[in-house]
Design a protein around this ligand. Structure first.
Ligand code: GLU
Length: 281
């Protein structure tokens, strides 16, 4: 059965861009009489606002989307820990005490997520007593895995290029796990067959494909959809002017009409769809 998901982080209200993403995932599942899941990605301690989850549920219902909710990430930390332990036992993780500023000063190459970690702690070890994150030793992991392929429904077959990101953090200093580890494990645990999300996260799928291999997880199909951009070509962002769905809902706007406009890509002036890979957040 086709299973898709919408996996918002509760660090700000949902806006039209999220509505589009949720509708794409929902409609993709329903096309096959499948299941559409809602997963709250709430492990981002400092930025997470748990009270928003209730709004998210109400927003999806208001848009007319029929969903089943699976446990939030905050209830799955034991699984993340077990997976990190497994990778550590394989010698694929190393502790890193570098701060953002240290990395910015030492990094010379930029990847899809910013500066590529230059590997300082892989070579010299972390500073004694400092808090550490755990990074994937990318060269080792890629060597162990060999060539890997994955498929995007819209862009076709892809060779995995996880090396684009360098030694990614799989366990953060300030939060359990990291987006890459948690999302990959959850999609497998939730039985997601089609990972549906914005094209701005296309490159992350290279890393997720590698993690699936290393952790013995099933390999889904991906569906990276275009993202909504403003008149300046920038992805709609919670922090900028995209009105919150919750505000529109409370103001009595018709959610079904908004969903219909999103489905036919009829947006307010200035908003359009973009398939460009590099979207500024
Ligand atoms: N929590 C992520 C976000 O809100 C979801 C990314 C994904 O769908 O994999 O951007």
């Amino acid at each position: 059965m086709t299973v898709t998901r919408f996996a918002p982080s509760p660090n700000g209200p949902l806006h039209l861009g999220h509505a589009f993403s949720a509708i794409v995932a929902h409609d993709r599942a329903k096309r096959d009489h499948g299941l559409f899941l809602l997963r709250i990605e709430d492990i981002d301690g400092a930025r997470s606002r748990p009270e928003l989850a209730q709004d998210f549920r109400a927003d999806l219902a208001w848009l007319g989307l029929d969903f089943r909710e699976v446990p939030p990430q905050s209830e799955r930390i034991g699984r993340y820990r077990a997976a990190a332990d497994l990778l550590r036992d394989k010698g694929l993780l190393y502790p890193c005490s570098c701060t953002r500023a240290e990395i910015a000063a030492a990094a010379h190459v930029s990847g899809p997520d910013g500066p590529i970690y230059p590997g300082t702690c892989r070579v010299y070890g972390p500073k004694p007593g400092a808090d550490v994150a755990w990074r994937l030793d990318m060269n080792r992991a890629v060597e162990l895995a060999g060539p890997l392929e994955w498929t995007d429904e819209r862009r076709g077959p892809q060779m995995a290029r996880p090396g684009l990101f360098g030694d990614v953090v799989l366990w953060r200093k300030d939060a359990p796990a990291s987006y890459h580890l948690a999302a990959t494990l959850d999609d497998a645990a939730d039985g997601v067959t089609h990972v549906t999300r914005g094209v701005d996260l296309f490159n992350a799928s290279h890393v997720h494909r590698l993690l699936q291999h290393l952790l013995g997880l099933p390999v889904p199909v991906w569906h990276h959809h275009p993202v909504l951009v403003d008149a300046g070509g920038r992805k709609l962002a919670k922090r900028r002017d995209a009105p919150a769905l919750a505000d529109r809902r409370r103001a009595g706007e018709d959610g079904l009409a908004i969903a219909a406009a999103v489905r036919t890509a009829r947006f307010d002036t200035g908003i359009s769809l973009s398939d460009a890979l590099d979207q500024q957040a």
